[in-house]
Design a binder for this molecule. Structure first.
Ligand SMILES: [Zn+2]
Ligand SMILES: [Zn+2]
Length: 255
């Protein structure tokens, strides 16, 4: 059975676990080794079973612990060329055999996992999201997305599980304490996805057959779990979808 678990999700650190019986990986490793090992223990997973780390982009909240994990466990890191360039100073020295350069739109395999990286609109060098195909199930990881596009919706189609960013409530962000420059960045086309757009995306994807959505990468200051959840549920109801019957929506904990 395929297992997906959000260990950490949000601006203070991101790390997702994905695995089949045979192959276990992390997507991003934006926390300390200790924090990640503890979180793995809580879901009964052993760090030495991990086969690799996929990075979405070079921002600190996604890569902070990747270097030390690669060195400790002697496992490869998979990242685009731009991401490698951006995160080398943070990662420290990585064994050459553990540096794998991937490209958007070029699928690759790790044992029984087929992984399809796709481009995301975000203010990083060469950011990607991932479609993970294993045991006839499709899991899509989609965070750090400035705007929703047709191309992205296409990648989400027919997923069995969609992990989607629902970063902020626009009004909370606007009246909040962030400096204007940061607000503009988050609201921009290469920033983060707001609850409202995430909710519309969820309703649309459920109509096309997606039955399980997990909302993630919530902002600490400009969102809260209940708000992200209720925004999605209201949008689904508007479209005649009954949450719980037609699809399940959950919100990932930040910790
Ligand atoms: Zn980012
Ligand atoms: Zn992020």
């Amino acid at each position: 059975m395929v297992k997906f678990c959000s260990l950490f999700s949000g601006s203070s650190g991101n790390c997702l676990f994905f695995g089949t019986e045979q192959t276990k990986i992390l997507i991003d490793a934006g926390l300390s080794r200790k924090a990640i090992f503890n979180a793995l223990e809580q879901i009964d997973q052993k760090p030495d079973q991990l086969k690799g780390i996929l990075l979405t982009h070079e921002h600190n909240d996604h890569v902070r612990g990747a270097g030390i994990l690669s060195r400790t466990l002697d496992i490869p890191i998979y990242a685009t060329e731009g991401t490698w360039k951006g995160c080398m100073p943070v990662l420290g020295e990585i064994d050459e055999k553990n540096m794998v350069c991937i490209e958007a739109d070029k699928p690759f395999e790790i044992d029984d996992l087929c992984i399809q990286p796709y481009r995301t609109p975000h203010d990083a060098n060469d950011p990607v999201g991932y479609c993970l195909l294993a045991e006839d199930k499709k899991t899509v990881v989609a965070t750090d997305i400035g705007k929703m596009t047709r191309a992205l919706l296409k990648w989400f189609e027919k997923s069995d599980l969609l992990f989607l960013e629902s970063n902020h409530d626009i009004e909370m962000l606007k009246i909040g304490s962030y400096p204007q420059k940061l607000k503009n960045r988050i609201l921009g086309d290469k920033g983060h996805l707001c609850n409202e757009v995430a909710a519309k995306t969820v309703a649309y994807m459920v109509k096309t057959g997606v039955t399980r959505v997990v909302l993630g990468h919530l902002s600490e200051k400009n969102n809260f779990k209940e708000l992200a959840y209720i925004t999605a549920v209201n949008e689904m109801k508007k479209e005649g979808i009954l949450p719980g019957r037609d699809a399940t929506v959950e919100v990932a904990d930040r910790y």
